[in-house]
Design a protein around this ligand. Structure first.
Ligand code: FAD
Length: 390
């Protein structure tokens, strides 16, 4: 077959294939996906789809792939790479030859094996996970959501909107503490409490009990909560196990340079599974939607030896919780000084400062000011440019 083989049929695969065709790549493109569904978009899984508002989350209709001569091998996982021979072996035994291989296998959600396989314990990463969680939620009255990262917060919001009582359990002092810091995390706690979520921080879940299905959950402070649904939202790990034995370097994701090249010849990686070198020389994995399109542009430019490899833009992510879109532009870090410049009790806007420079803006329900900060963050503007004089 040869041409470009892309393993993993998610957002990163589709963006890469699109970029290749947009840049006149004429040879074969084949996307291999473990799931049987057409490549689909994940953000709606914790939002509109979980609330039952949409069911079709396909990134592109089937006709798109025919029109652009993008072959789809769906419902079959890749199980190994022979980088010297330039081949990928699939779970059904088929061997695909490639000129260039792109790995875009995303993440696998972490579970808590000691909780066993009780009915009513769910994770949320895939379309099928969402269908299963939605079915469980339809009959649930009390849910315990473990982990107040983005998935845990969004699932809590969606379950509340569907009338389920929710306890959100987080070992850190606030939700989203590791991404937004505790000061802004406290505003996220407030948002969820105002919506009736019982937010418990500084505790973990130690056990889940039940006979046929979940009946109760015990926390590390000894409290026992009645529950008929448990959602485990404790993060995910890169889907790289299938590369064991290949020479491709893995260290918390597939190790790549700043355009997605791995240590193996003609093998690239992008998206959630890939750890790209950043401008400071460190390796970092980014688990956000907008990053994928940027990486696809850079990777394809480098693969096709195009003159200009696009520069990295200002990082961006969003999270929808209730009626609010929480948005973050830039790279907030622990230790930044956070200037909370607007807070009406629900919506808020904050600028993050490092060494006198505006490095990030975080807003909830204030999209205009977030948008206008982009140029200033890109330019490394002094913080005084965005702070109003008192
Ligand atoms: P994925 O989309 O995970 O695709 C990887 C694909 O590879 C999967 O379909 C998987 O089945 C397949 N695969 C794995 N192993 C193999 C194998 N061996 N062989 C073949 N195929 C394989 N980001 C935001 O910025 N804002 C949001 O609001 C937001 N909401 C999200 C909500 C949810 C529920 C989730 C799960 C993610 C959300 N994200 C959000 C993150 C965003 O969706 C991801 O960054 C994006 O999906 C990454 O794309 P990807 O292609 O790298 O990985």
């Amino acid at each position: 077959m040869s041409g470009v083989v892309i393993v993993g049929a998610g957002l990163a695969a589709v963006r890469t294939a699109e970029q290749l065709r947009r840049n006149d790549y004429a040879d074969a493109i084949t996307i291999v996906g473990a799931e049987a569904h057409l490549p689909y978009d994940r953000p709606p899984l914790s939002k509109q789809m979980l609330r039952g508002e949409v069911d079709d989350v396909a990134l592109k209709p089937a006709a798109f792939y025919e029109q652009h001569r993008i072959g789809l091998r769906l419902g079959v996982a890749a199980r190994g790479v022979d980088a010297a021979a330039h081949t990928v072996t699939l779970a059904d035994g088929e061997v695909l030859r490639y000129d260039q291989l792109v790995i875009a296998t995303g993440l696998v959600p972490r579970r808590i094996p000691s909780f066993g396989e009780l009915d009513g314990i769910c994770v949320l990463r895939s379309f099928d996970d969402c269908v299963a969680l939605r079915e469980q939620a339809a009959g649930a009255r009390r849910a315990v959501v473990i982990g107040a990262g983005f998935i845990g917060c969004e699932v809590s919001a969606s379950l509340r909107s569907s009338g389920v009582d929710v306890v959100l359990v987080e070992p850190q002092p606030t939700p989203l503490a590791s991404v937004l810091g505790e000061q802004l995390g406290a505003l996220v706690t407030r948002l969820h409490r105002d919506e009736g979520v019982d937010v418990r921080t500084g505790v973990t879940v130690t056990s889940v009990a039940g006979t046929d299905g979940v009946e109760s959950v015990t926390l590390s402070d000894g409290s026992v909560l009645a529950a008929d649904l448990v959602v485990v939202g404790i993060g995910s790990q890169p889907a790289c196990d299938w590369l064991a034995g290949s020479e491709i370097a893995v260290a918390d994701g597939i190790v790549c340079d700043e355009v997605g090249r791995t240590n193996a010849p003609d093998v690239w990686a992008l998206g959630d599974v890939a750890s790209w070198r950043d401008g400071t020389g460190s390796q970092a994995r980014v688990e956000h939607w907008s990053n994928v399109a940027e990486q696809a542009r850079s990777l394809v430019s480098a693969m096709l030896n195009l003159d200009a490899v696009p520069a990295a833009g200002v990082p961006y992510f969003w999270s929808d919780q209730y009626d609010l879109k929480i948005q973050c532009l830039g790279h907030p870090r622990a230790g930044d000084t956070v200037h909370l410049v607007e807070d009406d009790g629900r919506r808020f806007l904050a600028y993050c400062e490092r060494d006198g420079v505006l490095v990030a803006v975080v807003g909830a329900g204030i999209p205009e000011q977030v948008r206008t900060a982009r140029g200033k963050i890109a330019a490394g503007a002094p913080i005084s440019e965005v702070l109003q004089p008192a």
